[in-house]
Design a protein around this ligand. Structure first.
Ligand SMILES: [Fe+2]
Length: 291
């Protein structure tokens, strides 16, 4: 069991975040809120989008895709105002700003991952590899699980301390790797780390984890055939002053770059309010109000 930090101990959270590259906070959603979130996430994959706008990425279609394939969506906040209210909640910006020492933050994107029983692994990776067209090329993530997680059921796994290694180039095998830890091990060897430890999180539904964009993480395959689903939602935040560079890449992000303008605009990458210097416990009252 990994150390779990209470919400009224931000100093301890920041210490873990800087030492390990991630910090596991105590569960902050009730069972009812988790049930609401699981249903809401699953419902989006039927193609009914409350705002009428499609998300930026949508992998998995009912009746077309393999039942054991991982469901994935990016920028569901554009499709569902209640998802927007979760990923854009001020506490998310408060915490990411506090942990990193950033003066302001903005939303880079959100991601939904639904891992069914027998899901295949997701390669370990560093999120920062995916934003090498921004300056600074750094993000931090707020990850929320709405199910209990299990080591043999595709839980998220982290390599503590790996946020201090150099950022590796973008992987080519994100969704269908042979050995999902191979690239991480190669990167460890290059960084002079002989036997990197991997921590598989086993945490209750409603748990929230913050991770550094440079920490290696991913998911093992699921060995379970029963009802061991993993519904997760993540908000990926950038420093508010991030800019586009002339480097290639940016499949989603560059759709929202204006001509002759290197700025990330609030309409597409919403800024969070000025952060509270002492972040507090998350609130999900919006969910129960709509359940
Ligand atoms: Fe990631």
């Amino acid at each position: 069991m990994h150390l779990i930090i209470p919400w009224d101990r931000p100093d301890s959270a920041r210490e873990c975040f800087h030492r390990d590259g991630f910090v596991v906070m105590e569960a902050a959603l009730t069972p009812d809120e988790c049930r609401w979130a699981r249903d809401r996430l699953a419902g989006l994959f039927t193609g009914r989008f409350p705002t009428g706008s499609y998300p930026d990425e949508w992998y998995w279609r009912e009746g077309l895709s393999r039942p054991d394939a991982t469901r994935h969506m990016s920028n569901a906040w554009k499709s569902d105002q209640l998802i927007a209210s979760i990923v854009q909640a001020p506490w998310v910006g408060d915490w990411i700003a506090y942990l990193n020492g950033w003066p302001r933050t903005r939303l880079g994107q959100d991601t939904i991952w639904i891992k069914p029983p027998l899901a295949r692994p997701s390669s370990l990776h560093q999120d920062n590899s995916f934003i090498d067209f921004l300056a600074p090329a750094t993000m931090s993530t707020c990850w929320m699980t709405f199910d209990d997680t299990h080591a043999d059921a595709a839980t998220i796994e982290y390599v503590p301390g790996s946020h201090l290694w150099p950022t590796a180039p973008l992987p080519a095998d994100f969704h269908d790797p042979g050995d999902h830890r191979a690239r991480m091990r190669a990167s460890a060897a290059a960084a002079g780390v002989a036997d990197p430890a991997v921590v598989q999180l086993e945490v209750p539904a409603g748990t929230i984890v913050f991770h550094d964009g440079n920490v290696w993480h991913g998911a093992a395959g699921s060995q379970r055939t029963g009802a061991a689903w993993r519904h997760t939602l993540a908000a990926h935040l950038l420093p508010a002053d991030a800019r586009f560079t002339t480097a290639p890449g940016g499949y989603i992000y560059r759709r929202y770059q204006l001509p002759d303008d290197d700025g990330l605009h609030d309409a597409f990458f919403p800024a969070y309010p000025p952060p509270d210097p002492r972040p507090g416990r998350p609130s999900f009252s919006i969910l129960t109000a709509h359940s």
